[in-house]
Design a protein around this ligand. Sequence first.
Ligand code: AMP
Length: 450
Amino acid sequence: MSFARLGLIEPLLAALAALEYKTPTPVQAQAIPAVLAGRDLMAAAQTGTGKTAGFALPLLQLLAAETAPVASNSVRALVLVPTRELAEQVNESIRAYGRNLPLRTCAVYGGVSINPQMMKLRKGMDIVVATPGRLLDLYRQNAIKFGQLRTLVLDEADRMLDLGFSRELDAVFAALPKRRQTLLFSATFSDAIRSMAGHLLNDPLAIETSPRNTAAKTVKQTAIPVDKKRKPELFCHLLKRRRWGQVLVFVKTRKGVEQLVATLQAKGVSADSIHGDKPQPARLRALERFKANEVQILVATDVAARGLDIDDLPLVVNFDLPIVAEDYIHRIGRTGRAGATGEAVSLVCADEVTQLAAIETLIRQTLNRFEEGGFEPEHRVPLTNTAGQILKKPKKPKKPKIAAPSPAARQPAKKAGIAPAKPRSAPGGRSGGRAGGRPAAAGKPSRRSS
Ligand code: AMP
């Protein structure tokens, strides 16, 4: 199968040849002819499947065939995305695919001044890639008009809902012409997404390129049980011992991101961060430095990492498990892209067992666990199954009899299990007889630091 056989025009084929795209990915093979034929789409496509070209190529072709000029402040096609990074990313891809066509595109998103965006829109745009909040601001200030709009694309629709854009989306939908083509892409299909699709789409073609809610098959996924407080130490140990190259690391909180970056930098490892407290130019700079291999480790929160497209990223590390299970799929989708193989390593502490079980239910597989010598956790991570059940606490490894060096040897006597244990009953905890009297974390929702 070639792109030419999908009915794409020469200027697009030339751009694809320059990008060295030889064969359409499965989502492209299905989406391109359908969009060219004017169909609505409902596509279950994870990031990394080539979905951007799947909608951008036929969209560019349809727009190139338009003869009427686009009016001032008007837009012919709107691509809604959840984050600023994804807006930049998608806009860049569209520009690359459309480089031989005389079409105008731009990205608009919050966190930066609105005025330059208003100036750009004055000329009229063929394609606008936007985050929902900023788009509404622009619309309410009459900087963008939808009278000429013919296509709406919802990219990563599940993520837009996760991020709480539901109201903004409804306001945007209400402002758009009813007669239009609508393409909806989502990595996961919750009831909320299905209901949104039911309202927005007209006889859509359903595309499912990989089994629903399964993680990219090309990614080798493992979990390393570890005590929460030893995660930074374990990460630094693995970095050295496994000779990791560039790594994208996900951390739950912004504070946690900065702490890890500081730890790494103190050890002389080049690291930078991407999180919501950073201004947009600083985030983009961090990403560019990482892409250019000027920093080895990029540490990010989920929101900020959405839409990062980094070629040949071999490894993603979940320093913390995500709070929303679907984010696990998005995170590991950063590696193993476009058919390449990748690895995702999750550092899991006992507090995170509920999140682990939710992830394993979603991906329908249990993660292989490997304990790292010297980092066996004091607080064991209970076993789980794909039905989301937390089974039982695995047995603690036997302690060496006398004076052999062990991780416990570094702990104070009480923690190393020498102090008499005081049985204690705590809700959800089966701590009877545990050294140190701390309740086990089995089944407890994790406590978050911020
Ligand atoms: P996406 O899922 O749209 O974010 O794309 C993932 C990555 O795959 C991007 O780096 C694209 O440049 C790349 N890509 C998309 N389609 C193809 C293709 N047909 N051949 C090779 N690479 C592709």
